[in-house]
Design a protein around this ligand. Sequence first.
Ligand SMILES: [Zn+2]
Ligand SMILES: [Zn+2]
Length: 176
Amino acid sequence: MVRPTPVQSAGLDRLRERVLLTMQGMTVLGDVDRSSLRLIPLGLLRKSATQRHGVTRWIRHPSGKLSVETVDLHPRLLDDEWSDYAAFVLFHEYLHALGWRAHDRTFRTLEATWPDTQASLRGPDFTRRMREGKATWYWRCPSCEHDYPRQRKAGGQYLCRTCRHVLQDVPAEDAQ
Ligand SMILES: [Zn+2]
Ligand SMILES: [Zn+2]
């Protein structure tokens, strides 16, 4: 976990209250005790993370019992433009913290009840934007011209997800 600055801490506190308020009204969670969630410290992932946007970290006690140590979020989720997605990510982690540990069917059903359905779809966009920040290469589709930001060359090994053409390497500094 990366320790948040005071400004980031304040942002995490606001986010927590927002998510807990929304969860209070979610009847799908039944009478599950949500009050313990407020006690979980919120931390940050390294900003170099791209695939992971939030993580629930567990500790195992000598008795074998598991409890949540922290929930860590990607620091860029504290930017205003991602605040709706940030709330969804924290909700996702809180579902884990409440005991639904695996991404199974029950978990996905609960996750899908988050009222802001637009926000829940922004994950791939967030990953892409984090990768763009670090990209040294773009894998460009010669057919649809879609760019896939990456840190290494494709070397003729990858196909466009949409049209299945072999992707070409373009240095990031030439791509914009
Ligand atoms: Zn998860
Ligand atoms: Zn394509």
